[in-house]
Design a protein around this ligand. Structure first.
Ligand SMILES: [Zn+2]
Length: 341
């Protein structure tokens, strides 16, 4: 999916670059190319590559190419993942590594997007969703789960906003223009689906599957069904419903959740309704809290399949608040949980 830049821009640029070879002794020649006036800031920002490349090499496989040049440029994209040479918007260079997530995203593309590529634009998420989720995972490992979760919450809002304007599935064969697919479905929603798949299969099988998918399709093209087969083979699970609903159905669960409390029976009744047209199957985690100062808390795990699910649960306290998905595991749309009398 590399997009050629006009050669005159590249030629003019090359004459004006300050170049820093970060590591030319190892198997990969990593270099930074920046405008001379941004030399100090740019070399500092792009030196992140020395941290990012080993991270993904350990996670996925050795770097696919002999060299990686990170290049400050006049691209109109935030970043452009040409194989072995990534072009970044010139104003991304700040000297404070504010472009960290862009750098991680573009480097992740060297494996997914450049080396293992989608066979057809409608499966663009195999590049963009992977790069987005691998960036999220890098952040999780570097800054902790809470930081990653707050990124996921932001992405979830973007997905819901996008769906409220344009309700299309991730794999959207009706779209004929590549540019139109550079949207929240291909990036944030697909990243979220990978996040949920990781929970569905468990961490070990998930990363084993990502490695095997890469190994199988490096230098080749794949579609979503190819990835599904790999994930089923490593997890031993039938993932038909999972892949169908998340990749081929538009939207995500829109939930209406409420509860009542019966003090005589010491029982809470939770009602979960799916408001969107196509029903999804998914695990849902709720957390019920007692009065402030009591430390009473109960975790409620439900498997939702029906339009409306009603469950009665024993509790030894009066729940005054119920939170949804506190551990950021589900892509959904919904308001706060209402207590009904
Ligand atoms: Zn990308």
């Amino acid at each position: 999916e590399a997009i050629d830049l006009p050669t005159k821009i590249m030629a003019v640029g090359i004459a004006d670059f300050a170049v820093n070879h970060l590591d030319s002794t190892g198997p990969v020649d990593i270099s930074s190319w920046v405008y001379p006036e941004d030399r100090v800031k740019g070399f500092h920002d792009f030196a992140l590559a020395k941290e990012v490349i080993p991270f993904f090499e350990k996670l996925i496989s050795p770097f696919p190419f002999r060299k990686l040049a990170n290049v400050q440029s006049k691209t109109t994209f935030g970043g452009l993942e040409n194989a072995g040479a990534i072009f970044y918007a010139e104003d991304m260079i700040t000297g404070e590594r504010t472009g960290e997530s862009t750098i991680v995203h573009e480097i992740a593309h060297q494996w997914f997007g450049d080396m293992a590529t989608e066979a057809d634009f409608s499966h663009l998420w195999l590049s963009e969703g992977f790069a987005t989720y691998l960036t999220m995972y890098f952040m999780e490992k570097k800054y902790g789960v809470d930081s990653a979760n707050s990124l996921l919450v932001g992405d979830r809002e973007e997905v819901n906003t996008f769906a409220s304007k344009k309700l299309r599935p991730i794999v959207d064969s009706s779209v004929k223009s590549y540019m139109e697919l550079l949207n929240a479905n291909s990036y944030q929603k697909a990243s979220w689906v990978l996040h949920m798949l990781r929970q569905e299969t468990g961490d070990d099988a998930f990363w084993k599957g990502i490695q095997l998918y890469y190994k199988t399709y490096a230098g080749k093209n794949a579609v979503t069904a190819d990835f599904q087969k790999i994930m089923e083979s490593v997890s031993g699970k039938n993932l038909n419903q999972f892949f169908y609903q998340w990749f081929y159905v538009a939207g995500q669960p829109k939930l209406d959740i409420s509860y009542t409390y019966n003090p005589q029976k010491k029982q809470v009744t939770v009602t979960v309704s799916q408001l969107q047209p196509a029903l999804f199957h998914f695990p849902l985690e709720l957390m019920a809290y007692g009065r402030p100062g009591t430390n009473s808390v109960k975790s409620i795990k439900l498997n939702i399949k029906q339009k409306t699910t009603v469950v009665n649960l024993p509790v030894d306290f009066e729940p005054i608040r119920v939170n949804v998905d506190e551990h950021t595991k589900l892509l959904y749309d919904g308001q706060h949980v209402a207590r009904k009398l």
